[in-house]
Design a protein around this ligand. Structure first.
Ligand code: AMP
Ligand code: MN
Ligand code: MN
Ligand code: MN
Length: 270
């Protein structure tokens, strides 16, 4: 049976690898069904389907949409959407512009803290449409303002830190609705990292079909989220959230039955 990974990033958002390198790496790790889920963009899909086909890797169309609920930063994965859906693409274009506004606001806060970087320095770190905090962190590291990428997040960029600004884009309700209207299934990403369990019932009301229960980095919480998923009848999905580097892509063995369950939900009109 193929081993799957439904949460991967490329250079089209904040991942380190281009599509071809990522899919080759996935194959070398025995992952034969994957989803590229870049933040707020389907740009990887301009080349990914052909490359995946040539490698014999099954590709599930995917995206990770940034949204806000109750002032919290909530990531919603969308699977099996029509990546040409006009309403969704229009919303993603606005989302891309709002990301630029947010990064400008973060830079302003950093400047007020005496850390001088400019937008162009951050933009140089970003290949695609989704400029984001990791690009700010990389620019800060390059400018010698922090000791490491992680240091930038811990001291300035993570939720609640001195230069944090909440995303300016879609609400979770809007994100889930767009995914569903594009024929896809919405899944709440990495609930442990998000740490907003109290919002899960609301997201269920908005129409999520799944919860990302399996991530090798948060294995301790798998049981807890599996229980919550069962309570609300959610598909238990999983993925590595791979962004590049030496992380353990392929160590987590997830069965293909997860993809079959998602397909069954779609067929059932979810
Ligand atoms: P943004 O889309 O600008 O909100 O950036 C979110 C991305 O930043 C996530 O997808 C992660 O890749 C990364 N990230 C978020 N929090 C942290 C953290 N505490 N440490 C390192 N990277 C993080
Ligand atoms: Mn990311
Ligand atoms: Mn995420
Ligand atoms: Mn992710």
């Amino acid at each position: 049976m193929p081993n799957i990974d439904l949460h991967l990033h490329t250079v089209h958002s904040d991942g380190a690898l281009r599509v071809e390198a990522l899919l080759n790496l996935a194959l070398s790790k025995n992952l034969t069904c994957v989803s590229i889920t870049d933040h707020d963009t389907f740009d990887a899909y301009s080349t990914a389907p052909k490359i995946a086909e040539s490698l014999g890797v099954e590709l599930v169309p995917g995206i990770e949409v940034s949204s806000v609920s109750n002032g919290r930063d909530i990531h919603i994965l969308g699977y099996f959407c029509d990546i040409q859906n006009a309403e969704f693409l229009a919303a993603l274009k606005i989302q891309s512009e709002k990301r630029k506004d947010r990064v400008r606001a973060i830079i302003e806060k950093l400047r007020n803290l005496g850390l001088n970087i400019d937008y162009e320095q951050v933009e140089r770190q970003c290949f695609g449409a989704s400029i984001s905090r990791p690009h700010v962190a990389s620019a800060m590291l390059e400018a010698g303002l922090v000791s490491s990428f992680q240091d930038a997040f811990e001291r300035y960029l993570k939720e609640g830190a001195a230069a944090y600004c909440p995303p300016k884009g879609l609400t979770s309700e809007e994100a889930i609705s767009l995914i569903k209207k594009a024929g896809g299934l919405a899944v709440m990403a990495h609930p442990e990292y998000t740490n907003a369990d109290e919002l899960i019932p609301t997201l269920v009301d908005y129409g999520i079909a799944g919860l990302e229960v399996y991530n090798y980095k948060t294995a301790k919480s798998t049981k807890k989220y599996s229980k919550i998923a069962k309570k609300y009848g959610l598909v238990e999905t999983g993925g590595s959230d791979y962004h590049g580097g030496n992380s353990l892509l392929g160590v987590q063995k997830l069965p293909y039955s997860i993809v079959e369950e998602l397909r069954a939900r779609l067929a059932g009109g979810d």
